[in-house]
Design a protein around this ligand. Structure first.
Ligand code: SF4
Length: 480
């Protein structure tokens, strides 16, 4: 049987844009991203013969009334939406909205961050029928196929669902091995790419995309630590970029992978093909500092890379070791300086409040910032997400009462360290932003970059407006 499935990215939360993508399930005031995983899921379902419709309420800045109208018009058999911890109750209004149209519509919700607490999710979201906990690329189509075929949901790995009053949780799924088997995401289901950008509204048309997924490293605070790494080959990535160029005139892409440069040979091949085809797409990526060097960064720059984001976390070796980051402070420093030397913009992210944090280690982080002057930086506080080793260390051993996951923001501490209170950590975060934004050397360094890269002027001016606005009016909340 063919199922009619309505895919939904819920609306913005209290007017703030929300990113609902696996490791990144957060509110983000200054980025509006395509609901990429929903576009992938829609393409997979369509390839499986199902009839799909998609509404991106966040991207188009629409409310639940638009969802209700679409549900009345499309009459889905099932609705599939994503939700996040801090926007939990708000996102589940997607389920109650479609149930209000027809209570027989099956509701399927996808969220990675809460995958270790399926019982609580289903208990606290009464209109959610099926929770896709992980590996949505294989689990969501399997769940829809089971609903279509009337086969037992018990046979679908990676979900939790209701059977009468009971909550059933199935075992782990087999992750997708051949990531090249993914179809091009169903971009055609979006009215346009106009609303989307990252950090500052410039360089559009823009999209995010995954060229690989997962991360075998074991950083204790990270929700995707130790997940299998799967990758697309260069020709498969180029196929998507070519399509985006031809159909939408794409100018900027952000490779949303956790560790884009994990496999050096693959990155070199991507760069070689991008240079050969000269698609004129500028791109950005995230990776770990010890997985780049000057030569690789040069190749990336020549292939259109204009910015790179490193998870630096701390300027203190003691803190890096305490979370098993497996990197040296010097490696982090060298990578930032090498990327800047190759005229790449460098975004560094830091976390205050990892085990052992005290004012001395905070100062080491501030010194790292002064020494390297990254083009921009995010200063977050540690969040003990469920399922991480950090969570286990804090709540498994100390017996502290766990905070409500709805309060787990990266801009406001819910827990301190032995030497620092949550208030101290929030203070450290503010101090770090002040250190960067009031540094004359930092402004000079960025002006020097602009003199060498005048094409960045428009983006830089929008970015400067963003940080001023956020620093002055919002206390750097909901901006990562
Ligand atoms: S390297 Fe990055 S993505 Fe991988 S486990 Fe560490 S923090 Fe997470």
């Amino acid at each position: 049987m063919v199922l009619k499935v309505l895919l939904v990215n819920p609306p913005r939360f209290e007017g703030i844009s929300v990113i609902r993508e696996e490791r990144c399930e957060i509110t983000e005031r200054y980025s509006i991203l395509e609901p990429y995983s929903l576009l992938q899921t829609a393409a997979l379902l369509r390839d499986g013969g199902h009839q799909v419709s998609l509404i991106d309420l966040n991207g188009q800045d629409l409310g639940y009334d638009a969802l209700e109208a679409r549900a009345r018009e499309f009459h889905p058999d099932a609705t599939l939406y994503r939700f996040t911890p801090t926007t939990f109750d708000w996102d589940h209004k997607a389920a109650s909205t479609v149930k209000g149209v027809d209570k027989d519509i099956t509701t399927v919700g996808v969220c990675w961050t809460l995958h270790t607490m399926p019982n609580q999710v289903l208990k606290e979201a009464p209109d959610l029928d099926v929770y896709v906990r992980q590996d949505y690329e294989v689990v969501a189509p399997a769940a829809v196929n089971a609903l279509a075929g009337g086969t037992p949901l018990d046979d679908v790995a990676g979900i939790a669902y209701r059977r009468g009053e009971e909550i059933k949780v199935t075992g782990p799924p087999t992750p997708m091995k051949d990531y090249d088997s993914m179809p091009i995401p169903a971009y055609d289901l979006l009215p346009s790419l106009k609303p989307y950008y990252v950090n500052a509204p410039a360089g559009r048309p823009f999209t995010i995309l995954y060229t690989s997924k997962g991360c075998p490293f074991k950083c204790s605070f990270c929700t995707v630590a130790g997940t299998p790494w799967k990758m697309r080959t260069a020709p498969h990535i180029l196929e998507e970029l070519r399509y985006l160029k031809e159909r939408y005139g794409l100018r900027t892409a952000s490779f949303f992978d956790e560790t884009f440069t994990f496999n050096r040979g693959r990155v070199e091949e991507i760069c070689r093909m991008l240079k050969e085809e000269d698609l004129k797409i500028k791109w950005y990526c995230n990776t770990r500092a010890h997985l780049v060097d000057r030569e690789l960064l040069r190749q990336m720059r020549e292939a259109g890379c204009r910015g790179i984001s490193f998870g630096i976390e701390s300027g203190s070796q003691r803190i890096l070791d305490s979370v098993e980051k497996k990197v040296k402070v010097e490696q982090n420093r060298d990578a930032v300086l090498a990327a800047k030397a190759e005229r790449l913009k460098v975004l560094c992210s830091f976390i205050f409040g990892l085990p052992g944090e005290d004012w001395d280690s905070v100062e080491e982080t501030l010194q790292f910032v002064r020494d390297t002057l990254p083009t921009s930086a995010q200063f977050n506080v540690a969040v003990p997400y469920p399922g991480t080793r950090l969570h286990e260390q804090i709540y498994g051993v100390t017996g502290l009462e766990e905070p409500d996951f709805r309060k787990m923001y990266q801009h406001a501490s819910v827990v301190g360290t032995e030497k620092m209170t949550p208030e101290d950590l929030d203070e450290a975060r503010k101090k770090a932003y002040k250190t960067l934004y009031t540094s004359g050397r930092w402004w000079l360094s960025n002006i020097r970059h602009l003199l060498r890269e005048p094409s960045d002027l428009y983006m830089a001016s929008r970015f400067a407006m963003k940080i001023t606005n956020n620093y002055v009016f919002h206390g750097m909340k909901d901006a990562h």
